[in-house]
Ligand binder design. Structure first.
Ligand SMILES: [Fe+2]
Ligand SMILES: [Fe+2]
Length: 372
């Protein structure tokens, strides 16, 4: 209870939810004493935390992340359109600050070309450079045809102010579970749109061909220079039954292990999520549509779980990301959460008690994956 009071006071004092003292100490040790600070931007209330990288770099820059808008056709749902519109307007309003925007997938809900075209129309609000990676909801009606037509193919890479930036497709390389079952396109999409759909199995992964591409893309990059990898799903095993992972994360980590400063930024989980494995940090971003609950197996101890949302406010617990790569090689991320007011705080969210932290789920999804 005393700890809860401390956190409530901290919220009151700063107007933001900061990282816990335990996490702060952990980060400080990693950073050699760097100081973590809370902050708020304009009228936004934000959750903020600081992640510290080791490699030296040059010029600082900022970029925006928006993902998981889950748009339905306009006549079916206006609410998700309103929230996507708000995110794009806010990014545009801060456009001078950002070098580019990433759209991190799940633009559509059921992969309908009407939904993807609606998303493309709404995205016109943002006039800075945009880069795109697909989510599973964008892909499995027509296997990426509409997505690629509007937003181009993935993976891609470019270098920006001393950082190698990579976008991968972690959704479109699923093992084919539909052909032998004779599913229609809509049946396939229906299974992909369910969080724990048993038919789709371990659909998230990079696959052999893309892993080889990643390896060759990194091969000429200095081992101490920063790398940012954008993916729809996380580069570690958080919770396989919901595909909060990539099934080949072990193989991917073998590839990226020599690089000392890799930041993976991902969507799909619709919640703040943070982990570190070797030289890789992994940051889970908010959705604009809705927040998922935390996985029943828990989250890493260094994740600061989000607060439960106000069920009466559909703008609560969602938002977008304001990211900064500093000249000191720090990656800051701010959750631009549309939260009006914090009424209370519980230390342990669903499934996040300390006694279950860091316990990985049994790799049941591996049963359906044969190693492609
Ligand atoms: Fe999503
Ligand atoms: Fe997703």
């Amino acid at each position: 209870m005393a700890d809860n009071k401390h956190d409530r006071d901290e919220v009151k004092r700063n107007g933001v939810v900061d990282i816990t003292r335990r996490t702060f100490l952990h980060k400080s040790l990693l950073a050699g004493g760097a100081v973590a600070t809370g902050s708020s931007v304009g009228f936004f209330q934000t959750l903020s935390s600081m992640e510290v990288a080791n490699a030296a770099m040059g010029e600082s820059f900022s970029f925006a992340w928006v993902s998981d808008t889950h748009l339905y056709p306009r006549e079916l749902n206006q609410r998700f359109i309103d929230k996507a519109t708000r995110a794009f307007s806010e990014v545009q309003a801060m456009g001078d600050k950002f070098d580019f925007m990433i759209f991190g997938g799940d633009l559509a809900q059921l992969g309908d070309p009407v939904e993807i075209e609606l998303g493309a129309e709404l995205l016109k609000e943002v006039t800075i450079t945009k880069h795109f990676i697909p989510g599973e909801h964008d892909w499995y009606l027509d296997l990426g045809e509409s997505w690629n037509k509007h937003f181009g193919e993935t993976p891609w890479t470019f270098d920006h102010k001393g950082v190698r930036i990579i976008g991968v497709d972690s959704v479109g390389r699923a093992p084919d579970y539909w052909s032998a079952r004779g599913m229609t396109d809509h049946e396939r999409m229906g299974h992909m749109s369910a969080l724990d759909g048993s038919q789709a199995g371990p659909w998230s992964g990079l696959g052999k061909e893309q892993r080889e591409w990643l390896s060759s893309t990194l091969s000429d990059w200095p081992k101490d220079a920063p790398v940012i990898i954008f993916s729809h799903t996380p580069f570690w095993e958080c919770y396989a039954p919901w595909n909060f992972w990539i099934r080949d994360w072990r193989e991917v980590h073998e590839i990226i292990a020599p690089w000392q400063n890799v930041t993976n930024i991902h969507g799909h989980v619709h919640q703040p999520l943070y982990n570190e494995i070797g030289g890789m940090r992994s940051i889970g971003m908010l959705a604009t549509s809705w927040p998922w609950p935390y996985a029943p197996e828990g989250v890493p101890e260094i994740t600061k779980p989000m607060l439960r949302v106000d069920p009466g406010d559909h703008f609560d617990g969602v938002g977008w990301g304001n990211m900064n790569m500093s000249a000191e090689a720090h990656v800051d991320h701010q959750y631009m959460m549309w939260r009006e007011q914090v009424f209370g705080y519980g230390r342990a969210d669903s499934g996040t008690g300390d006694n279950v932290n860091q316990k990985l789920s049994p790799r049941i999804a591996d049963r359906g994956w044969t190693g492609d």
